[in-house]
Design a protein around this ligand. Structure first.
Ligand code: GDP
Ligand code: IMO
Ligand code: MG
Length: 427
């Protein structure tokens, strides 16, 4: 299960829906930058690090090696769920090889963003300030990293932090950080204590997942962030620091490509983006404001207003291609009720006038294109109480048909509201 745009497509809702037919739910990438919402009746849950499958009592949820884990946020999330009567015990497993987001990663994230804001126009990424980039950077540079398994060895953790803290302190100073400082011994004590609390959940998740597969269990991989934010394949440099397309699954879990037999791509019926970066179909006008109001388009993690625009099928088709999508979930279709006309971007016009149906995963070049639209008639009826696709207004059906034609992938799920019941599933 993977997001096909710039995030917040409604993945939480679909994970919750698909969890019913799986035994194990796995996060393979990202960290607390994700915010996945599940609405069950009057209850609304926002999951950041824990797979959205946790709301079911009989499923195992796994935070695999590809995730960067902020243990402070994770414990807050566990406690908040328990306070609402959700069981979090043996049903949550965390990879001993997942990397740890330390407080100084969050400071670096904040300091780098602030210095780019001040120094270089248009270069700040607009991150979630959850320390994601600096934590993955330490993973890649190896010697400076701390993994979840390291939290279980307090003496070694103290020695490591004593060695790496001065290097991190220099880096922070170079970024202009004047806030809190790193005390390696205090940090080692705090994180060893977090490690003791999390110890019952910490395992080698690669063998765990292969054991589950060997026993015939079915596994749902819950992609966080989205394919256009993928480090290699997204709108670089305005991306996140992990492989959030399905290409991140093998590396992030140890489960090989060949074991994946279905890929559900999640797309909004329009487009949003939060943070900086190119967004060809963005609407900085009343229509954009209307979509934001109707869709309550404000960030689940940061509360920031999301940028809104028309559906960009050049971008979604590219995501379907790199993710190997076999079926689509089209979300938030109800938000589009009441527009006279709807536009779908089918091609890009390049600066030299050439028209292409190929996406450009490069921020600078993508900023120069002009979207080419097809206009479809809208529908006036509210559709949030509709229960099957045939019951949708004719123009809403036509909109979905056109998406399928252009993408060449079936729409298996249509969502017309945040609740579990507001879902039209193809039979
Ligand atoms: P995620 O990050 O992909 O899980 O998405 P978010 O949870 O960040 O944002 C999606 C928002 O849309 C949440 O507030 C959901 O409750 C809501 N939502 C999901 N599906 C629908 C839908 O079909 N219609 C409407 N109106 N809201 C939806
Ligand atoms: P979910 O899983 C929307 C965006 C940030 C920023 C860029 C880099 O809820 O769909 P980061 O903190 O990761 O270094 O930020 O990526 N971003 C998301 N936008 N939904 C998300 O997750 C996102 N995760 C990261 O806004 O532009
Ligand atoms: Mg979200």
């Amino acid at each position: 299960m993977v997001g096909l745009q710039w995030g917040d497509e409604g993945k939480g809702k679909i994970v919750d829906l698909l969890t019913a037919e799986h035994d194990v739910i796995v996060r393979y990438n990202g960290g607390a930058n994700a915010g996945h919402t599940v609405v069950v009746g009057d209850e609304r849950y926002a999951l950041h690090l824990i797979p959205a499958g946790i709301l079911y009592t009989d499923k195992v949820c796994v935070i695999a090696n590809g995730v960067v884990v902020d243990p402070i946020k994770l414990l807050e999330e566990i406690q908040a769920l328990r306070a609402r009567g959700i069981e979090v015990g043996d049903n949550l497993r965390i990879s001993n090889r997942a990397h740890v987001v330390m407080p100084y990663h969050k400071w670096m994230d904040e300091a780098l963003e602030a210095s780019l804001h001040g120094a270089a126009e248009g270069m700040a990424i607009g991150t979630t300030k959850r320390g994601i980039g600096p934590a993955y950077a330490d993973k890649v540079s190896r010697a400076l990293a701390v993994r979840v398994g390291d939290l279980l060895e307090p003496e070694r953790l103290r020695r490591t932090l004593r060695t790496i803290a001065p290097l991190h302190a220099k880096h922070l100073a170079a970024l202009g950080w004047t806030g809190a400082t790193i005390d390696p011994d205090a940090l080692a004590e705090e994180f060893a204590s977090l490690g003791r609390t999390l110890a019952p959940h910490i395992v080698d998740t690669t063998y765990l997942l292969h054991d589950f597969l060997g026993q015939g269990h079915s596994i749902l991989m819950e992609g966080a962030n989205a394919s256009l934010l993928d480090l290699d394949h997204g709108t670089f440099p305005f991306v996140t620091s992990s492989h959030c397309s399905t290409l991140g699954i093998p590396a992030g879990t140890g489960v090989p490509l060949g074991r994946i037999d279905r890929v559900v791509g999640i797309m909004k019926a329009y487009a949003t983006r939060v943070g900086a970066g190119p967004f060809p179909t963005e609407l900085n006008d009343d229509t954009g404001d209307r979509i934001r109001d109707r869709g309550h388009e404000y960030g689940t993690t940061t509360g920031r207003p999301r940028r809104c625009g028309w559906l960009d099928l050049v971008a979604v088709r590219y995501s379907c291609m790199i993710c190997g999508v076999t079926g689509l979930a089209c979300m938030l279709l109800d938000v589009l009720s009441g527009f006279d006309e709807l536009r779908i971007c089918t091609h890009y016009r390049l600066r030299d006038g050439t028209v292409t149906d190929r996406f450009i995963p490069d921020a600078k070049r993508l900023e120069e294109i002009e979207p080419v639209y097809e206009t479809l008639p809208g529908w006036s009826e509210e559709i949030d109480a509709t229960t099957d696709r045939a019951g949708l207004p004719a123009n809403a059906q036509r909109y979905l048909d056109r998406i399928e034609e252009i993408l060449g992938v079936p729409v298996e799920i249509v969502s017309v509201g945040p609740e579990r019941t507001q879902t039209l599933v193809a039979v």
